[in-house]
Design a protein around this ligand. Structure first.
Ligand code: SF4
Length: 176
């Protein structure tokens, strides 16, 4: 069974990738970065939803340290960028680098992200960033566009069935 570290940006977005990967035979471990999320109450709310999902799917999920100041340092100079612009590109990189570090630490050979389930995000860019990071960390990138085949609609339905909290903004202080 191949082991994959799945970067999970939030519970609703993980509600389809986790069971789909499990159905394909992957051994899935989740990783929640979270330092991009503002304010802390929102971070806690999303983390609680993720714990419900992880328990439902029977996976372990590693939670990164909540370090919003470090995230802000990472996107400094890009604060005024529109959503979908350079700040988001940098944010994807920060999230996926942290995920790759965790994959190496846990001995997972493969890396993937739930980010591509969102109809608002540039899936080709996310996969290109993930591919580059995986290569740098000696990992294999699992190239997926989860929103294909009604992935997003399925995630809305699954989240509703599980009673998962679904946020109405991407996460950072600039998108809030
Ligand atoms: S809008 Fe979302 S992807 Fe873009 S910087 Fe903020 S949290 Fe990151």
């Amino acid at each position: 069974m191949k082991s994959i570290l799945l970067h999970i940006c939030c519970a609703p977005d993980g509600s389809i990738p986790i069971p789909d990967l499990q159905a394909e035979g992957w051994n899935v471990t989740g990783f929640f970065y979270g330092s991009n999320i503002h304010p802390q109450e929102e971070y806690v709310r999303r983390l609680e939803a993720l714990n419900i999902l992880a328990s439902h799917c029977g996976i372990s999920c590693v939670v990164g340290n909540y370090e919003p100041e470090e995230w802000l340092d990472g996107v400094r100079g890009l604060e005024a960028e529109p959503e979908g612009g350079k700040r988001c590109e940098r944010c994807f990189t920060l999230q996926l680098e942290a995920s790759a570090r965790e994959a190496v630490r846990l001995g997972c050979e493969w890396l993937c992200t739930t980010l591509t389930i969102s109809p608002h995000k540039n899936a080709a860019l996310i996969n290109a960033i993930g591919q580059d990071i995986a290569q740098r960390f000696g990992l294999q990138w699992e190239n997926r566009i989860w929103r294909k085949k009604d992935g997003f609609l399925r995630s809305v339905k699954a989240s509703r069935e599980l009673g998962l909290y679904r946020q109405n903004y991407c996460g950072c202080i600039f998108s809030a």
